[in-house]
Ligand binder design. Structure first.
Ligand code: HEC
Ligand code: HEC
Ligand code: HEC
Ligand code: HEC
Ligand code: HEC
Ligand code: HEC
Ligand code: HEC
Ligand code: HEC
Ligand code: HEC
Ligand code: HEC
Length: 334
């Protein structure tokens, strides 16, 4: 679409803030449009004063604006679901509705209207690169939860905000996702992890008490693997399992090092999300202890019923496996 390129990209960057001030007062006074029928005012999660430098939309169009009422005469359908979202909440001073409404994201629309809806004269998101789409959104969503989007795994692999979210046709109860839930959103690409939720041992994700996003921030993070909290895997785990935090008088090295050396956070068919059953779990590392270093075979299980094999196996005795604060807990038996 060569003509549209010419329109958008030769950047006459409109200082959004300045425009927001006068258009804001103009549109809120004149057009109490459908999109602005909104729920009660709610405090915005986008906190703080507006950024000092006026943000500019990445793909800017020159031209006059027409206001939401005009757009809606032809695009009633797009206005319907949108009218119920946070973006249409005119009482929120940081919402698009309080700025230029539809044209905050789609750019000035007069040329498009005058040309009877010529698609090349308006910003169409499906015709933009992922980066350009996201640039539109991060003019507002660039703090807190979203501060690490740039350079994150998802940004780097060309996902955009509208890979997961929809402005006009959201299906989830929260966060305007295209899918009905967080797990379904992630599942479209991360089958392996999502499938593990169906194993017998799992954290209560499939029961709805946790979500993939309880541990991961899909918008980027300071931790490895998009983990939401802390700087290491363990810091994420102990943010909920505080009693495992340590340090203990007697620390068990792998516990301090990485919980996932023994647990699979996504699910396992061994109890307690363990990556292997004891004694194998332990014998991956402890091959030379004063206990027999042999792998316990069926004969021993059935004949000797050794306490090192049955029940909780090694953990029968080494019960404080995550570390001990008992003066004689050096081998985690107490
Ligand atoms: C006079 C009627 C009319 C008005 C007013 C109007 N549009 Fe359109 N718009 C159209 C038509 C017709 C199309 C082309 C639909 C097609 O080709 O599938 C269109 C297409 C679009 C598209 C691309 C849709 C797609 O399927 O790719 C967007 C985005 C859009 N309009 C936004 C707006 C916005 C924002 C406003 C207000 C600034 C607006 N329109 C005002 C008639 C109108
Ligand atoms: C927050 C930014 C934003 C605002 C505000 C916004 N749109 Fe959109 N619009 C989008 C995005 C992103 C898409 C791509 C589809 C989606 O996300 O649902 C889109 C898609 C469209 C389409 C194409 C249909 C489609 O599903 O692809 C039309 C037409 C449209 N918008 C019209 C409007 C009108 C009319 C308004 C005002 C009532 C408006 N938009 C407000 C971002 C916005
Ligand atoms: C003009 C500023 C602005 C722009 C541009 C903008 N948003 Fe928003 N958005 C807001 C505000 C304000 C809220 C309400 C904040 C809150 O949740 O408290 C919001 C809320 C949201 C929510 C959360 C809705 C919920 O129910 O929790 C999503 C998802 C979202 N926006 C996605 C997008 C996407 C995707 C784009 C780009 C296509 C975009 N936004 C562009 C201002 C903006
Ligand atoms: C890989 C999928 C994915 C991508 C890509 C994505 N999001 Fe989200 N987003 C989510 C999920 C899942 C949630 C719900 C998180 C939760 O459980 O609270 C969410 C929540 C949000 C919220 C509401 C929560 C809040 O407090 O801010 C906003 C706003 C939002 N996203 C905006 C964006 C923007 C802007 C982009 C692009 C820069 C984006 N998202 C990219 C999946 C995604
Ligand atoms: C559209 C596909 C898509 C969706 C949807 C998606 N992801 Fe991803 N995700 C990717 C790609 C691509 C990568 C990069 C994989 C790589 O580099 O090997 C990735 C990487 C990751 C990583 C690893 C990051 C790292 O540093 O190695 C995590 C964790 C992750 N995604 C979590 C999520 C969560 C949670 C959701 C749902 C909120 C989600 N993803 C939704 C495509 C997706
Ligand atoms: C209890 C916290 C937790 C939950 C819930 C969780 N994850 Fe993870 N996830 C992790 C940890 C920790 C890692 C890093 C594991 C490692 O590197 O050994 C990880 C790694 C990943 C990776 C990267 C895998 C790789 O090999 O690079 C993806 C993708 C991922 N998770 C997706 C998901 C999805 C999708 C969901 C929801 C179905 C989910 N996670 C739920 C904690 C969690
Ligand atoms: C957001 C909070 C949260 C985070 C983060 C978290 N967990 Fe959990 N975990 C839970 C909840 C809730 C349960 C279920 C507790 C119950 O049923 O009593 C649980 C249960 C468990 C269980 C016992 C499972 C069973 O079958 O009884 C293990 C093991 C576990 N988590 C390990 C981890 C590891 C390892 C990490 C870090 C990768 C982690 N958790 C991160 C909340 C969390
Ligand atoms: C050396 C292997 C190993 C490591 C490393 C490990 N665990 Fe465990 N964990 C176990 C074993 C074995 C059990 C089962 C104990 C039992 O049956 O009494 C268990 C049980 C659990 C349980 C459920 C029962 C309970 O005690 O609450 C949670 C929660 C848990 N671990 C969290 C963690 C966290 C968090 C970390 C990282 C700080 C971690 N584990 C590191 C071996 C390990
Ligand atoms: C990922 C490797 C790894 C796994 C798995 C593992 N350990 Fe360890 N364990 C270690 C390391 C390393 C030490 C510290 C050894 C040292 O200081 O000489 C240790 C120390 C111990 C000690 C104290 C030994 C001493 O001399 O102080 C006991 C007891 C122990 N582990 C039992 C277990 C049991 C039982 C399991 C299975 C539930 C297990 N370990 C799983 C690596 C592991
Ligand atoms: C019947 C109780 C019991 C069971 C079952 C048991 N242990 Fe022990 N373990 C002990 C006691 C007691 C000590 C301290 C012995 C000593 O200091 O001589 C010990 C010491 C250890 C030590 C540290 C000393 C050394 O030998 O290096 C390791 C490592 C160890 N056990 C690993 C294991 C593993 C792995 C298993 C499962 C295959 C296991 N234990 C099963 C009671 C048990």
């Amino acid at each position: 679409m060569p003509s549209s390129r010419a329109n958008y990209s030769i950047g006459v960057f409109i200082p959004l803030l300045a425009v927001a001030l006068w258009v804001g007062s103009a549109t809120t006074a004149t057009s109490a449009s459908d999109t602005q029928r909104a729920a009660s005012p709610a405090p915005s999660k986008i906190e703080g004063p507006p950024p000092a430098a006026a943000p500019t939309l990445a793909v800017t169009q020159t031209g006059e604006r027409v206001g939401d009422d005009t757009c809606l005469t032809c695009h009633e359908k797009e206005g319907q679901a949108y009218g119920k979202t946070a973006h249409a909440r005119v009482q929120d001073p940081r919402s698009p509705a309080a700025a230029q409404g539809c044209e905050t994201c789609h750019g000035p629309g007069k040329a498009h209207v005058d040309a009877d809806g010529d698609k090349t004269k308006i910003k169409v998101f499906t015709a933009l690169s992922p980066q350009q789409v996201s640039d539109t959104c991060v003019t507002c969503h660039n703090r807190q939860e979203h501060a690490n989007w740039e350079g994150s795994a998802h940004n780097g692999r060309n996902l955009s905000c509208v890979t997961c979210h929809s402005v006009h046709a959201p299906r989830s109860e929260k966060a305007q996702l295209k899918k009905v839930s967080v797990t379904e959103t992630c599942e479209t690409c991360h089958r392996t992890e999502a499938n593990k939720l169906h194993r017998s041992a799992h954290m209560p994700v499939r029961e709805g008490k946790m979500e993939c996003s309880s541990c991961h921030n899909p918008h980027g993070s300071n931790n490895v693997r998009l983990l939401r909290v802390g700087n290491t895997i363990n810091e994420t785990c102990v943010s909920c399992h505080t009693e495992k935090r340590g340090p203990f008088l007697w620390d068990h090295a792998p516990v301090r090092d990485n919980c996932t050396s023994c647990h699979d956070p996504h699910g396992s068919n061994n109890e307690r999300l363990l990556v292997a059953k004891a004694p194998m779990l332990c014998q991956r590392c402890h091959v030379a202890s004063r206990h027999p270093a042999t792998i316990y075979d069926a004969n021993q299980v059935l004949v000797s019923k050794s306490s090192r094999v049955v029940g909780r196996s090694c953990v029968n005795c080494h019960a404080q496996i995550h570390g001990s604060n008992h003066p004689s807990g050096v081998v985690f038996t107490r």
